[in-house]
Design a protein around this ligand. Structure first.
Ligand code: PLP
Length: 382
C-alpha cells in the first residue's frame, strides 16, 4: 500500500489544528471505518477482522509474542497486569509524574505491598536508581512509565528494563501509552513483560480501547496466581485471542478503526513513524529558545510526542492557551499542578511537521496578544 500518511485525502498535510496530548487528531478514513457493520463477536467475519489485527499489532510492539486489545482505556491494562500477575507484592513503582504516580497508587489500592521510587517531576527515571532499589528487596514487578505525558519527560526504558532483567526476577510492566508508534519501543529486545498503550495517543485512534503486548513470563506468573478476577484476566484474553476473539463483547467500531489504522501505520513504516515524531520534537526544540519558551523536562529527556513548555516571562500559560483556543487551535494545558505554569503541545499520531510549524507560529502571535492585553490592563506603554 502506498504511504498515504499525508496525502491530500487525509486532509492533514500542514492542516492539523489539534494538539491536545490525547485524544489526538484522527484521520477521516479511520473515522469512517468506525461505521462498519455490526457483527456477532463470535462470527467468522469477526474472527477474520480480529485475526488481521492480531497479526499486525505485534509489529507495532516489535514482538513475536502476543499482542491484544481490551475494551478499556489504558488504565485498565495497568490493573490487568497487577491483578493477573502479582500475588501480594512487593511492587516497585517508579514515579516521576502524574501517570506513574497513579499506577503506584493503583498498586497500593489493590492491597499490594508497594514501594515508590520517587523522582522529581521533569526528571527521567534512572536505571541506576532502579538498580539500587532492586538490591534492597526482591520485587515481583516494577512499574515504569516510558513517556510521562504529564511532564513531557521520556525515560530510557531500554536501559531500565535491562537493569531489571539483569538484577532481579521482577516482571517489567511498562506504560508505553504515549510512546508506542511515536518513538522506539522494542518489546522483545528490551524484555518488557506487559507493555500497554491507549488508542487515543500516537496510534491516532479515537479513545476507547487499550492495546498491549504480554510476555510468556508474565503469563506464567498469572498461571501461578489463584485469584485473577474476571474482566481483566490476562489469561482469559490470551485464551480467547487464540480463537481470534475477546472473552467479552469487544468494541467493534474501534476494532474496525484499529484494523484500518494499523494498515496506515505499517504503510508509513513503524521506524519512519518514530522518525517523524522525532522530527516534530526537533522543530519544537529549535523554535523554543528563539521565542523564550523553556522546556520543563530536563535536557536529554524531551519527549518525542509531547512537549511541556513554560512560556516566556510576562506570558501567562493559561492566557496563552485561551488566545490559541480563540484562534481555533485545540491546545494542551499543563497537567495537574503544572496547569498554571506550563502548556503542552501534543505532537503525536498522524500530525506532520508542517502542522507543528504552523502551530508554533500561532504561539508567537498568541503570546504577543497576551502581552498587549497585559499592557492595556496595567496601562503600561500607554
Ligand atoms: N499513562 C499515560 C502515560 C498517559 O498519558 C495516560 C493518559 O493520558 C494514561 C496512562 C491513562 O490512559 P487512559 O486514560 O487511556 O486510561
Amino acid at each position: 500500500m502506498a504511504n498515504d500518511a499525508f496525502d491530500s485525502t487525509s486532509g492533514n498535510a500542514g492542516q492539523v489544528r489539534f494538539f491536545n496530548p490525547g485524544p489526538v487528531w484522527v484521520r477521516p478514513q479511520v473515522l469512517q471505518a468506525l461505521g462498519g457493520p455490526m457483527l456477532s463477536h463470535r462470527s467468522q467475519a469477526f474472527m477474520d477482522l480480529y485475526g488481521r489485527i492480531l497479526e499486525k499489532l505485534p509489529k507495532v510492539f516489535k514482538t513475536t509474542g502476543s499482542a491484544h486489545t481490551l475494551a478499556t482505556s489504558a488504565t485498565g491494562v495497568w490493573e490487568a497486569a497487577l491483578v493477573s500477575c502479582v500475588e501480594g507484592g512487593p511492587v516497585l513503582a517508579c514515579c516521576n509524574g502524574a501517570f506513574s504516580d497513579k499506577w503506584g497508587e493503583m498498586s497500593q489500592r489493590l492491597g499490594l505491598e508497594t514501594d515508590i521510587l520517587k523522582v522529581e517531576w521533569g526528571k527521567a527515571v534512572r536505571a541506576d536508581d532502579v538498580k539500587k532499589k532492586l538490591g534492597e528487596k526482591k520485587y515481583k514487578a516494577v512499574t515504569v512509565v516510558h513517556n510521562e505525558t504529564s511532564t513531557g519527560t521520556i525515560s530510557d526504558l531500554a536501559s531500565i528494563a535491562k537493569t531489571i532483567r539483569e538484577s532481579s526476577d521482577a516482571l517489567v510492566f511498562a506504560d508505553v501509552v504515549t510512546s508506542l508508534a511515536g518513538t522506539r519501543v522494542e518489546t522483545d529486545e528490551w524484555g518488557l513483560d506487559v507493555a500497554v498503550a491507549g488508542s487515543q495517543k500516537a496510534l491516532a485512534l479515537p479513545p476507547g480501547i487499550a492495546v498491549y503486548a504480554v510476555s510468556e513470563r508474565a503469563l506464567e506468573a498469572a498461571r501461578k496466581k489463584k485469584f485473577r478476577g474476571l474482566y481483566l484476566d490476562l489469561l482469559d484474553v490470551e485464551a480467547f485471542g487464540k480463537k481470534k476473539q475477546n472473552p467479552t463483547t469487544p468494541s467493534l467500531p474501534l476494532l474496525y478503526a484499529l484494523d484500518a489504522q494499523l494498515d496506515h501505520i505499517l504503510a508509513e513504516g513503524v521506524e519512519a513513524r518514530w522518525a517523524r515524531h522525532h522530527a516534530m520534537l526537533a522543530e519544537v526544540e529549535a523554535w523554543a529558545p528563539k521565542h523564550g519558551f523553556k522546556f520543563f523536562p530536563e535536557d536529554g529527556a524531551h519527549s518525542p510526542t509531547v512537549s511541556s513548555l513554560m512560556p516566556p516571562e510576562g506570558v501567562n500559560a493559561e492566557e496563552l492557551n485561551k488566545a490559541l483556543k480563540a484562534a481555533k487551535w485545540t491546545t494542551g494545558s499543563g497537567y495537574g499542578k503544572l496547569k498554571p505554569t506550563n502548556i503542552r503541545i501534543g505532537h503525536m499520531g498522524d500530525v506532520d511537521v508542517a502542522s507543528v510549524k504552523a502551530y508554533l507560529a500561532a504561539h508567537v502571535e498568541a503570546a504577543e496578544k497576551v502581552r498587549s492585553a497585559v499592557k492595556t490592563a496595567t496601562g503600561a506603554g500607554a
